[in-house]
Design a binder for this molecule. Structure first.
Ligand SMILES: C[S@@+](CC[C@H](N)C(=O)[O-])C[C@H]1O[C@@H](n2cnc3c(N)ncnc32)[C@H](O)[C@@H]1O
Length: 154
């Protein structure tokens, strides 16, 4: 198994958020902020046909995280969970994954909605989002229990 990989970002995020405190968090948080994914000029050919997709997976780097934790208490719960059961930034491999709505493309610039990244965040990859998980089989782990406790005021 390789010890390490080196990736060059394909572009960066232009976001209204310069500080993590500005990004909505916790129960009921909605991500409606708009931003732009600016893709490197030498990679623009790779954006051909992306306009046909309403949503994209964007894979990116938590480049401003300085610590790793294996147990975290997320803002959506008051109980600790293993980091791999959460979306916390303090991960051993600091990679973020966000589904964004693609509003329009302007050359190397993808205008998107649903930003939860800081301005200048490096982008590693983009893939079209095609939801194929049957809602009947989807399980939401500790979120279901945390939501029930909040609803009951516990
Ligand atoms: C809970 S994470 C979820 C990110 C992504 N949707 C995911 O699931 O991987 C989102 C938080 O990461 C933090 N964040 C955003 N951009 C960051 C960056 N470039 N470096 C470090 N932390 C960042 C902010 O605090 C933001 O609220």
């Amino acid at each position: 198994m390789s010890d390490a990989f080196t990736f060059r970002p394909i572009g960066l995020v232009r976001s209204p958020f310069s500080d993590t405190t500005q990004i909505p968090k916790g129960p009921g948080a909605e991500h409606q902020a708009e931003g732009v994914l600016v893709i490197r000029d030498d990679l623009v050919e790779g954006l051909a046909d992306i306009d046909g997709f309403s949503h994209l997976y964007v894979i990116w780097v938590f480049d401003r995280v300085t610590e790793v934790r294996l147990t975290v208490t997320p803002p959506t719960d008051d109980r600790p969970h293993g980091v791999f059961a959460t979306r916390a930034p303090v991960r051993p491999t600091p990679i973020g994954l966000t589904v964004l709505q693609l509003l329009r493309r302007d050359g190397p610039r993808l205008h998107v909605r649903g930003i939860d990244m800081l301005d200048g965040t490096p982008i590693l990859d983009i893939k079209p989002y095609l939801s194929n998980v049957d809602p009947e089989t989807l399980r939401r782990g500790w979120h279901t229990e945390a939501e029930a406790r909040r609803a009951a005021g516990r």
